[in-house]
Design a protein around this ligand. Structure first.
Ligand code: PXL
Length: 294
């Protein structure tokens, strides 16, 4: 048998040394999805910025173009560039330049406009970051905003309770004016007791929703967890429906484990224990890559 070539994603996120988000989550999840993960770190922090104080922060902007140029020099090709938390609005412009250096015809650009949650910006971000993300999302094939980020980017009021069909469709429609590819909107609460994501392909009109039972409270890093799995599965060739459902299953299981263990919220979600089942799901989705009978 001939195995298909392994897909490769360049993950552009910060390294928050502790707290399970960005690269400490993208790297294991993309690998567990059977996709090679190359890392382009945007910043180095001791912890993430939610729930910790006095964290260290080093902007790695000056490394971005030299890394991109070296990757091009060594002939690296990427099926996807998947970006998340950026150090600044100025870095978003640098990222556009880095993308233009490393992209080929086959490269799909995935932008998670990580800047806000629960109705407000993360510390140190403001409207300039939102404008920078709008420009970046305009060049993306896939974007994965949460409800807060979607509201900020579209100018629609943020709603924190239930999200009516009209509200969700308005956000998707307005996001579709910014990004002309696939929009995966997270943190959607279509009815009492459930939360999940809606994925919408603006080119075909295809739309899928995947939900799980809601657990009240804030869970750090779940946006990164969803987007990492969704990106890797999509790049590997899973359908919109399978990518959305499988990513939401991973997020739901990770949150359930966190609640059962009473893990301190700022430590992120217990995704490690959810990975074995996720990997089994992934193996089913890509059964043609099974080599046990080879
Ligand atoms: O999970 C998103 C994220 C990534 N990186 C850093 C963060 C956050 C969210 O707070 O602070 C540094």
């Amino acid at each position: 048998m001939t195995l298909k070539e392994t897909k490769r994603i360049a993950a552009v996120h910060d390294i928050s040394g502790m707290g399970r988000c960005s690269l400490t989550m993208a790297l294991p999840v993309i690998s567990a999805s059977g996709v090679e993960c190359s890392c382009l770190p945007t910043a180095l922090l001791s912890t993430h910025t939610g729930g910790f104080t006095n964290f260290t922060f080093k902007d790695l902007s000056e490394e971005m173009l030299p890394i991109a140029r070296h990757w091009r020099q060594v002939g690296a090709e990427f099926d996807g560039v998947y970006s998340g938390y950026l150090a600044s609005a100025a870095q978003a412009e640098l990222l556009k330049e880095a993308i233009s250096i490393i992209r080929t015809d086959k490269t799909r650009i995935i932008v998670d406009p990580v800047m806000a949650d629960n109705g407000s910006y993360y510390s140190s971000f403001g409207d300039d970051m939102c404008e920078a993300f709008k420009r970046l999302c305009a060049e993306a094939d896939i974007i994965t905003p949460n409800i807060t980020e979607a509201a900020l980017m579209t100018g629609v009021a943020y709603e924190d309770r239930l999200h009516s069909r009209d509200y969700i469709n308005t956000l998707l429609e307005k996001l579709g004016e910014i990004c002309h590819g696939v929009i995966a909107l997270t943190g959607v609460r279509p009815e009492k007791g459930s939360i999940g994501a809606v994925a919408y392909d603006t080119r075909t009109g295809e739309k899928h929703i995947a939900v799980r039972p809601v657990r009240e409270g804030t869970f750090h890093g779940t946006g990164d967890l969803f987007a990492s799995a969704f990106s890797a599965l999509t790049i590997r060739g899973a359908s919109l429906k399978d990518s959305t459902e499988t990513a939401i299953m991973l997020v739901g299981e990770s949150i359930d484990r966190t609640v059962m263990r009473e893990t301190p919220r700022r430590n992120g979600v217990d995704f490690e224990g959810a990975l074995p089942k996720y990997i089994l799901q992934v193996a089913k989705l890509f059964a043609e890559d099974d080599i046990s009978d080879a």
